[in-house]
Ligand binder design. Structure first.
Ligand code: DQA
Length: 145
């Protein structure tokens, strides 16, 4: 069964309290529970990790190569400027899907650019929690590894 890492970056631990008009009122725990149930139904194993620290996210990306078939990564604001996370994504041999709950292209200009996108397998934005489910489905097809 595919094993996917769900990697959430800075401030996503504040989901539910943080700008609810943008991100909704569900918490990170709600997201993880919903995804866990969804993944169970499609015989997919998930591991969750969240960090507010760039280096921890980079370490998690490096270590993931040996353990997972793919990564669903919400880099938070690091998406817009972290060349170090971009290089970590490029440095590993498993596919990474970049995900955003909101649609950064419909928000402030500084969110319009992702430095991760060119090295990601693909990007899903603006679909809230559903976007994570779509990303998980991508890894069900073993040809997509
Ligand atoms: C986000 C979008 C980013 O611009 C923002 O900095 C976040 C969350 C999203 O999921 O919509 O922290 O990645």
């Amino acid at each position: 069964m595919p094993h996917i890492l769900i990697l959430n970056g800075p401030n996503l631990n504040r989901l539910g309290k943080r700008e609810p008009d943008v991100y909704g009122t569900d918490t990170l725990t709600d997201l993880e529970q919903k995804l866990f149930q969804f993944a169970e139904g499609i015989q997919t194993e998930l591991t969750f990790f969240q960090s507010n620290h760039e280096g921890d996210l980079i370490d998690a990306l490096h270590e993931a190569e040996e353990q997972y078939d793919g990564i669903v990564l919400n880099p938070g604001a690091f998406s817009h400027y972290s060349y170090a996370i971009r290089d970590a994504v490029a440095a590993i041999g498993i596919p990474v899907i970049e995900i955003h709950l909101s649609n950064p292209h419909a928000r402030e200009a500084f969110r319009h650019r992702s430095v991760i996108a060119p090295v990601a397998r693909g990007q899903i934005t603006g679909l809230g929690f559903e976007g994570y489910k779509l990303a998980i489905c991508y890894f069900m097809n073993t040809n997509n590894k």
